[in-house]
Design a protein around this ligand. Structure first.
Ligand code: NAI
Ligand code: F6P
Length: 380
């Protein structure tokens, strides 16, 4: 059995690659970063080190890497005979990998369908990938040669702290939830993954708790001058605001999906403990990366805040986190630079609709516009 995984980065090596290896798949990583591809090919094994209580080390072997920018044909060949294709490249990059997956599907001769799963922080990321693959296929009927399953992946994998090796440090916790219905006629061996009929509640609970909470910690922490996530949560003003933000998203999750107060409270507490892990070298810059994506319509802030506003639930803490995100001016982050330029160039009304995709009649619009106007008054 073999799997092709796009994106040999943090989650690719530290989570998806590790679990596929444990499931018995040989791994072909596909990446566009030349030095990373070379480093993967120079190694016979790498270590995934779980940092924190109960953490153990895992060895990954049986892998190689292909530079898809230099040798796309080799990637297409690998997909043509693969059992599984996964991605962890960032949701905005899916459209660039889709043509390679489509070409691999066209080149397949096996009767067994190819399993395709996008492991990105976004709702229905695999559906987005499937649509891109469909439009890249010469004959749309060939889509029947693949099975596309949405997933929710959860493990904190910080960026490596210097060095050129491919070992990776992760938290001990992980969760990989996979939609089972599209996979009814194929077998997938991933130990530790769990298969669910309806992924909707899982992905929204994950994105609107883990990712809302993590990003809120990053933006509120950066606003108060903190560098590390664990250190930011040690600041009572940050932890109080983050907890209030997550109480608001929990209220939405309870209203929409029927989770109980007790299970949501336990989920929030576990997550905040994970963020506080002092052994994880995680920074506000990594967790806050790409603020425009994070402020988009269906993502971790505007998604739950819109759902709350539509139901007459409180959004004050979520708007506070959005206000902090608007302050995120990391000059090394392309989207942070673009965001600050947009804030300086356009009216609050225009910034709000471009950034969030909200209609100005939406019940959340005025509160976001007010946060934007506040940020602009500081900038001008
Ligand atoms: N790091 C984490 O803790 C988690 C990350 N995720 C999601 O996983 C995805 C990846 O995140 P990270 O691994 O942290 O980022 P990363 O930046 O460490 O890795 C992404 C990799 O994708 C590669 N890449 C970019 N364009 C590509 C292309 N066209 N073809 C092949 N490879 C390409 C990059 O060179 C890089 O090595 C994101 O969607 C993120 O939201 C999800 C859960 C946890
Ligand atoms: O910032 P992104 O790309 O959405 O993904 C990283 C996020 O995903 C997580 O791993 C949570 O699963 C956090 O580490 C982090 O907040």
């Amino acid at each position: 059995m073999h799997a092709v995984h796009f994106g040999a980065g943090n989650i690719g090596r530290g989570f998806v690659g590790l679990l596929l290896h444990q499931g018995g798949y040989d791994l072909v990583f596909s990446d566009v970063a030349g030095p990373l591809v070379d480093a993967v090919n120079a190694a016979e094994r790498y270590t995934v080190r779980e940092a924190g209580p109960g953490g153990v080390d895992h060895e990954v072997t049986g892998f190689r890497a292909i530079n898809s920018a230099e040798d796309p044909d080799a990637v297409i060949d690998a997909i043509a005979t693969a059992d599984i294709v996964t991605t962890a490249v960032g949701v905005t990059v899916l459209r660039f990998v889709a043509p390679l997956i489509a070409a691999g599907i066209e080149r397949r001769s096996s009767e067994t369908p190819l399993v395709v799963m996008a492991c990105e922080n976004a709702i229905r990321a695999t559906d987005q990938l499937r649509d891109e693959v469909a439009s890249a296929l010469g004959d749309p009927a060939l889509l029947g040669r693949a099975r596309f399953a949405n997933t929710a992946v959860d493990r904190i994998v910080p960026a490596p702290q210097g060095g050129t090796g491919i070992d990776v440090t992760v938290e001990p916790y992980f969760e990989w939830a996979i939609e089972s219905t599209p996979l009814a006629d194929v077998s997938v061996h991933i130990p530790g993954a769990h298969f669910v009929d309806d992924l909707g509640p899982y992905i929204e609970r994950k994105l609107f708790t883990v990712n809302t909470g993590h990003a809120a910690t990053a933006y509120l922490g950066a606003q108060r001058g903190h560098e590390r996530i664990a250190e930011a949560l040690g600041d009572l003003s940050v932890s109080t605001a983050v907890e209030a933000t997550l109480r608001e998203t929990s209220a939405v999750l309870r209203a929409v999906h029927g989770f109980s107060d007790a299970e949501l409270a336990e989920y929030r507490a576990t997550i905040l403990d994970r963020f506080r892990n002092p052994e994880l070298p995680d920074t506000v810059h990594r967790v806050g990366r790409q603020p425009m994506r994070k402020l988009s319509r269906n993502d971790r802030f505007i998604g739950p805040a819109a759902m709350a506003a539509e139901r007459g639930l409180s959004t004050d803490a979520l708007i506070g986190a959005v206000r902090a995100a608007l302050d995120f001016a990391d000059t090394d982050d392309e989207q942070a630079v673009e965001l600050q330029a947009l804030l300086g160039a356009e009216s609050a009304e225009v910034v709000t609709s471009r950034l969030t995709g909200l209609d100005n009649a939406h019940p959340l619009f005025a509160a976001v516009r007010e946060a934007v106007a506040q940020r602009q008054s500081v900038l001008r």
